[in-house]
Design a protein around this ligand. Structure first.
Ligand code: SF4
Length: 350
């Protein structure tokens, strides 16, 4: 495919006029860029800003992050989901403190070797914070290039990503790798919108765009559907005593590692089976009414939850279980978004 005319001059001119003012752009230290990029994976900018602000007040340096207590760390992330991201942030921060004196290395390969930092994040930190000539290709950039080149290859295919990354680099001006990468992402976020709705009339690259010339901008990019998720039935018991709600800590590894949840069993149980399971742990309950069924979608699994409310004596609990009153639910224990459907009940009645 013939190379497109240079896009950088018009793109950068547009970016300098239209870039959103964001706190991590106003003070783009490597740590700020790193945390913001991890937060922005799977989260809208508007929603992430509040978290970002709170995080930087609580953990202003990489060393603060490395030393942060696990419960506090989870609480700072509560509601953002995909908790492996925050655990990896801390793992990487500890390595950075041990190996690099508490400062992220200005080296693409070394960044890539840190937990939770993949091609995209290493590219964003490298180019924006350290001005390295590296690509930062996210979904926005793939969409923009698919349209600029009127290319209908599947953007979920790693081969397509590799080809587009080469195009991205062909256009990257060596003197401004960071602004160029940011501008591409910003164009995708504000103008070259997903789901067949690009705002071509407002686009600084409209005169170069091959999809616009061909009238195919609404059908690109092509993305093959992901594999179907596994359906997992889950039986939940919301058990209340005088001391609060029964919470259980999840294991240290795997899905939602180390977070808290109502008593649950990752299988479909009858009323009696569910009560018997808790009794076998030494927790004797009186079952009440059914819970509203709820579901939660993880990347590869879909939880279909159902269960019952219950009451119990405030008896001593086995290891890994606690009674949590309303205050400790708000301040201490992190309940993942998977239990959002049950949260109002826990909060109003705790
Ligand atoms: S002209 Fe339209 S389709 Fe092409 S890059 Fe701009 S917004 Fe996207």
């Amino acid at each position: 495919m013939p190379t497109l005319s240079p896009i950088a001059p018009d793109l950068l001119a547009w970016f300098s006029q239209n870039a959103r003012i964001l706190p991590f752009r106003q003070d783009p230290t490597p740590y700020h860029i790193w945390v913001s990029e991890i937060m922005l994976q799977q989260t809208r900018v508007a929603a992430a800003l509040e978290y970002y602000d709170r995080w930087m007040k609580a953990l202003p340096t990489i060393r603060d992050l490395a030393e942060c207590d696990e419960e506090k760390l989870h609480k700072l992330w509560e509601g953002l989901g995909y908790y492996s991201r925050v655990r990896n942030l801390q793992k990487a921060a500890r390595i950075v403190c041990q190996e690099y004196g508490g400062q992220l290395p200005a080296d693409h390969k070394k960044l890539l070797a840190l937990p939770g930092i993949g091609d995209y994040t290493a590219g964003a930190i490298g180019s924006i914070a350290f001005h390295l000539p590296v690509p930062a290709v996210d979904g926005n950039v793939l969409r923009v290039f698919s349209r600029l080149y009127n290319d209908d290859r599947d953007i979920a295919d790693p081969k397509t990503k590799k080809a587009y990354t080469q195009w991205v680099m062909e256009h990257q001006p060596p003197e401004a790798p960071g602004p160029y990468n940011e501008a591409l992402m910003e164009l995708g976020a504000l103008v070259c919108l997903p789901n067949g709705e690009p705002l071509c009339d407002a686009c600084p690259l409209a005169h170069l765009c091959r999809a616009r010339q061909a009238g195919t901008q609404n059908t690109l990019p092509v993305k093959k559907a992901a594999k179907a998720r596994r359906i997992q039935p889950v039986t939940v018991l919301l058990v209340k005593s005088e001391q609060g709600w029964l919470l259980q800590r999840r294991p240290d590894s795997g899905l939602l590692a180390g977070l808290w949840q109502p008593a649950l069993f990752e299988e479909e149980l009858s009323r009696q089976e569910a009560a018997d399971r808790l009794a076998s742990l030494g927790i004797s309950v009186q079952l009440g009414g059914p819970l509203k069924p709820a579901k939660h979608i993880f990347s590869h699994i879909e939880w279909r939850m159902s269960g019952w409310q219950a009451t119990a004596e405030a008896a001593p609990l086995p290891d890994g279980y606690v009674w949590a009153d309303r205050e400790s639910l708000a301040q201490q224990y992190t309940l993942p978004g998977a239990f959002k459907a049950y949260r109002p009940l826990l909060e109003t009645d705790g």
